[in-house]
Design a binder for this molecule. Structure first.
Ligand code: TXA
Ligand code: MG
Length: 323
């Protein structure tokens, strides 16, 4: 059930967390499905609800640096700079873990992924629960990430009892994941914080190109983030591909293809990448739930948030291409 984020309801959600249950909650990136990070049975309920393979580690959400100290070591000045600049916000850091974190959270890795979200409801929930909250995005494994409480309800109805509402996710793309463990700064997943912003503060970063290779972040399977309908990136063959089908299309600022689609979605009329990111999953959910049979997506220039958007689109298209 969806609950308004009143103080009272956030308190009730926090009680659920304390009692070892799972709760879906809003963040500024996407909605999360959370549990007490110190309670392995509670965390197992997340995997069960999402039908997520257990090898995929979770992000631990904190509301203070004191919580950080209880679960991880800060081993690097550049990480500290990033944390000071971008927390709370859409940045996840991979740090050496402390023993307090159960294996089920990290899938047995000796590192842990940590983020301080900036959504008021998320921060208040963590505060009231009194523990960091381990949470993946609140979608079924491999499907589209939710940016509204209704998206969560559609995918996880019957699997999670408590869904806290927090409006449309402000950023609309998952956090950017950075890792320093090899000695150099690596971006494991492009996301809501741009690489340019990160490099301004912490120097040169290397973007892991894993779309056609082995996943480095265990959850970065090639086919992640896919809608349940086939999706392809528009090229010269688009007309052929959609022939005889009801096709929906997603464009950055407008349809310049000369092809008429059954349904057309515009991410941002002005071509603003922030607005585009915020609308991205919502438009995909809408097309997925409409009567179109196939989804065509315009290629977006890979700069700023365009990198994260194309990362999600390439993964969705890879699923279609591989059947
Ligand atoms: O914006 C977000 O990050 C959202 C909200 C809810 O915070 N969460 C999210 O979680 O996207 P999830 O589980 O869908 O993605 C977490 C990613 C996965 O790709 C996982 O493999 C990676 O983080 N990850 C977690 N722990 C890791 C670790 N120790 N080393 C490398 N990658 C890790
Ligand atoms: Mg996810």
């Amino acid at each position: 059930m969806i609950f308004n984020p009143t103080e009272e309801n956030i308190q009730r959600a926090a009680e659920q967390i304390k009692h070892g249950n799972i709760v879906a909650f809003p963040t500024e990136t996407v909605y999360g499905l959370g549990a007490d990070c110190f309670n392995p049975i509670a965390v197992a309920k997340i995997f069960e609800a999402k039908q997520r393979p257990a090898f995929n580690p979770l992000i631990v959400h904190i509301n203070s640096l004191t919580q950080l100290e209880n679960i991880a070591e800060i081993h690097n000045d550049r990480i500290l700079k990033l944390i000071n600049s971008f927390w709370p916000g859409p940045l996840t850091v991979i740090l050496p873990r402390k023993k307090s974190i159960p294996d089920i959270v990290t899938s047995g890795l000796d590192t842990v992924a940590i983020r301080m979200p900036r959504h008021k409801v998320a921060l208040s929930l963590i505060h009231k629960a009194g523990v960091p909250i381990a949470a993946p995005s609140a979608n079924m494994f491999g499907l589209l990430s939710p940016t509204t409480s209704a998206h969560v309800q559609n995918q996880l109805s019957g699997r999670v009892e408590f869904i806290l509402d927090g409006g449309n996710a402000e950023i609309g793309l998952e956090s950017t994941i950075v890792d320093f463990s090899g000695g150099s700064l690596k971006i494991l997943r492009p996301g809501g914080l741009t690489i340019e912003e990160i490099e301004k503060v912490a120097g040169k970063a290397e973007v892991e190109k894993n779309i056609n290779g082995k996943p480095n972040s265990p959850g970065q399977l090639q086919h992640h983030y896919a809608p349940s309908k086939p999706l392809f990136i528009i090229d010269d063959n688009a007309g052929e591909i959609i022939k005889g089908k009801k096709a929906g299309a997603i464009f950055l600022s407008g349809n310049n293809t000369g092809i008429k689609f059954h349904a057309e979605k515009i991410l941002s009329p002005e071509g603003d990448l922030r607005e585009a990111a915020a609308n991205f999953f919502r438009h995909l959910h809408e097309l997925e739930n409409s009567n179109v049979e196939i989804i065509a997506a315009e290629k977006i220039e890979e700069r700023g948030l365009g990198i994260a958007i194309m990362d999600r689109l390439n993964r969705a298209a890879a699923k279609f291409a591989s059947g």
